[in-house]
Design a protein around this ligand. Structure first.
Ligand code: MGD
Ligand code: SF4
Length: 685
């Protein structure tokens, strides 16, 4: 028997835990701890522990498929490439769109970005960061000059007070949650604000339960109390920020007094006062947030509001502090860094900047040039264009995304995708989206490839190949390079290894410039920015100055605005949605993992005990949940963990898909949908 252990990085959440895959006779059969990781210190959550189980699932895609009539038939790679090239050559650049993937490596995303902009010459490329943290990128970039998590995961342990708002850290980033627990053991206080009494709430010294969608009011109220009592960091404000007087004029309004914010949020005024005092007086404060902040029509305002609080308290640029935006997908930070966005090349170099455009055009050397120096469609705009203007986009190439379960308002998304003339899906499973495709291409998963991913803390880590790919499946970047070759651009895609792709990318990307595969092999890897080969990486951003033109952080006066859809007589409850610890996003991988699927085999809707009593609904009863956009039948979970008037659904389960219900209203700046608040009613069946 041949048994070996291959160290790799978890393919689920943005924490970036390292573990070993156990490989017996060439097949992945289990996982084992890797003790030297400074991120997870040898531990993993259930998803990481069982991340080996889906790898050899019988349902993995193993051969290219081409749709003939309503059925897929197996095809050779050459047949699939020939068809893709024939179709895409027939479209104008503006008629093609590409969706890249936060589940694939940096190398795969770079290849997709180059294929889109260099071969298809389209500006329309985006990925699911749009649905997740586009408000973080837009919000933090505007006020700090960089749209990423400011501090590192180990650094959270140094905090004297951790303030978590809109993140169920202990369930969704469990190994970051463990850091919070470690900080607490050292004496830190924990303040938690969330509509649900989650496992994170159990760790809190102060737990503030509030109505989804009142974040700006709560944060303004905390600043109101801090400034009223003179607890703000006057030196930090004077030396490192701009706009304090304008901010003060708004937050000091009576609208944001604890009594008035109690009316908006449901949090008792006394608790708001207590939280503001505890936080401001702690001496160091790490603010952690996730999709509870970002997924709103005011997502960018929410993000800027968290930045305001951190600047007012001076909790930035030093250990135990920071705006810690906990990114969702394992490589959503990396996919953004790689330029899988409609406005930037790698490292956030703007497509509309003539110098950046020329730099990439020259380096890539496409004889007929690259895309226009213009911005493309965001995913959510693309879906609206597909739905409303059939024919404007004709060809769609999707790598590693499943919008048919992850997009809001699924009836609308389905209508949009059905309007695509020719769709390619490149995935590891035949997803709900792949079922609508004309060509499906089988890709390798994390266990079958070398590559890198960038975690939420900007740490760039390695994936290492543990087994051969199943059937004819291939590396994502390799497939994209072969598509490029079929389109006539083999000379621009001559990479032989993942490392070749990385080196090309790093040579064009200042924040990755000093990284090499050799340097990334160390257990601690490297945090960007890492501009030179002798640079140690940057675990904490903004230590001396911000990335804004004048180096100052921008305080932004913000008024609270209600969600786009609020409860009324017909739809009297607020619906909020998210994940559970056992499953990941659209469940493609976790539902192919026997252990995880066995733990939580289907979805549910959480209803407060008093609300359920009034409606005559029993625990586990199958009920109908209805919004203005759709309806689903789903088992009720009657619980006191959710506040009265609010309901919660996880979005992993196709048989009771939360996104049949959610609202596709968008934040005007980041274009993120409002997954976290819409109006719902429930009925007995
Ligand atoms: P995933 O399930 O992660 O969802 O939206 P998606 O990205 O669409 O889909 C990723 C796909 O990648 C899967 O089909 C998987 O099989 C495939 N895959 C995995 N590894 C590989 C690989 O190596 N190569 C290739 N080619 N494919 C691979 C997620 C999106 O969902 C996000 S990021 C968020 S934050 C949103 N959250 C959210 C919410 O909170 N509520 C509701 N209601 N909906 C939401 N939708 C959003
Ligand atoms: Fe994987 Fe995230 Fe769990 Fe770590 S916390 S094992 S990265 S899912």
């Amino acid at each position: 028997m041949d048994l070996k252990f291959v160290q790799t990085t978890c393919p689920y959440c943005g924490t970036g835990c390292t573990f070993n895959l156990a490989v017996k006779d060439g097949k992945v059969v289990g996982s084992a701890p890797y003790q030297r990781s400074p991120v997870n210190l040898g531990k993993t959550c259930p998803k990481g522990t069982y991340a080996y189980e889906f790898v050899n699932s019988e349902d993995r895609l193993t051969t290219p498929l081409i749709k003939k009539g309503d059925e897929f038939v197996e095809a050779t790679w050459d047949e699939a490439y020939a068809l893709i090239a024939e179709k895409f050559k027939g479209y104008k650049p503006s008629e093609i769109a590409c969706l890249s993937s936060a589940r694939t490596s940096n190398e795969d995303n770079y290849a997709m970005m180059k294929l889109a902009r260099g071969v298809f010459k389209t500006t329309h490329i985006d990925h699911c960061a749009r649905l997740c943290h586009s408000s973080t990128v837009a919000g933090l970039a505007a006020v700090f000059g960089s749209g990423a998590m400011t501090n590192s995961i180990p650094d959270i342990e140094e905090s004297k007070c951790v303030f978590i708002i809109g993140s169920n850290t202990f369930e969704q980033h469990p190994l970051i949650g463990r850091r919070v627990a470690m900080a607490k053991k050292k004496g830190a206080k924990v303040i938690y604000a969330d509509p649900r009494y989650t496992p994170t709430a159990r760790q809190a010294d102060i737990y503030m339960q509030f109505k989804s969608g009142s974040d700006v009011a709560i944060l303004n109220c905390m600043m109101h109390e801090i400034i009223k009592n003179g607890w703000e960091d006057k030196e930090f404000i004077a030396n490192r920020t701009t706009g304090f007087e304008e901010l003060k004029a708004v937050v000091m309004k009576d609208d944001y007094s604890p009594e008035n914010v109690e009316k908006i949020s449901g949090i008792p005024a006394a608790q708001l006062r207590e939280a503001a005092e505890m936080y401001a007086k702690a001496g160091s404060g790490a603010l952690l947030y996730s999709m509870g902040i970002t997924q709103h029509t005011v997502g960018v305002d929410n993000v800027k509001s968290t930045a305001n609080l951190q600047m007012v308290t001076g909790y930035l640029g030093r250990p135990g502090c920071g705006v810690n935006a906990l990114r969702g997908q394992n490589n959503v930070q990396g996919a953004c860094d790689m330029g899988a966005l409609p406005v930037v090349f790698t490292g956030y170099q703007k497509v509309i900047d003539p110098a950046a455009h020329k730099k990439f055009a020259d380096a890539w050397g496409f004889p007929d040039g690259i895309c226009e120096p213009a911005n493309g469609y965001e995913v959510t705009t693309l879906i609206n264009v597909l739905a409303d203007k059939p024919g404007e986009i004709k060809g769609l190439y999707i790598m590693g995304e499943n919008p048919m379960l992850s997009d809001p308002n699924l009836n609308h998304a389905k209508h949009a995708l059905e309007n695509v003339e020719f769709m390619v899906v490149q995935d590891i499973f035949l997803t709900e989206t792949a079922e609508l495709a004309d060509v499906v291409l089988p890709a390798t998963c994390y266990a079958e490839k070398d590559g890198t991913q960038t975690s939420t803390e900007r740490r760039v880590q390695k994936w290492r190949k543990a087994q051969d790919p199943p059937g004819q499946s291939k590396l994502d970047w390799k497939i994209l390079a072969e598509v490029a070759a079929a389109m006539g651009y083999a000379d621009q895609f001559t990479w032989e290894t993942s490392e070749d792709v990385f080196n090309e990318m790093a040579s064009l990307t200042p924040s990755y410039h000093g990284m090499t595969y050799e340097r990334l092999d160390k257990p601690e890897a490297l945090h960007w920015p890492c501009p030179e080969v002798d640079h140690p990486g940057t675990p904490i951003l903004h230590t001396q100055k911000f990335g804004t033109p004048d180096g100052l952080g921008i305080l932004t006066p913000l008024e609270w605005k209600a969600p786009a859809e609020v409860p009324d007589e017909e739809y009297p409850f607020v619906l909020t949605t998210g994940r559970c610890i056992w499953h990941w996003h659209t469940g493609t991988m976790t539902r192919h993992s026997e252990t995880l699927d066995h733990e939580v085999p289907t979805g549910w809707i959480e209803i407060n005990t008093e609300d359920a009593e009034k409606l005559g609904i029993a625990d586990k009863e199958i009920i109908r949940a209805i919004t203005r956009r759709g309806e689903v039948e789903v088992p009720a979970k009657v619980t006191d963990d959710i506040m009265k008037g609010v309901m919660f659904m996880p979005f992993h389960f196709k048989e009771c898909a939360a996104n049949m219900l959610t609202n596709d209203a968008l934040d005007p700046v980041s274009k993120i949908p409002e997954y976290k608040a819409c109006a719902v009613k429930v009925e007995k069946i």
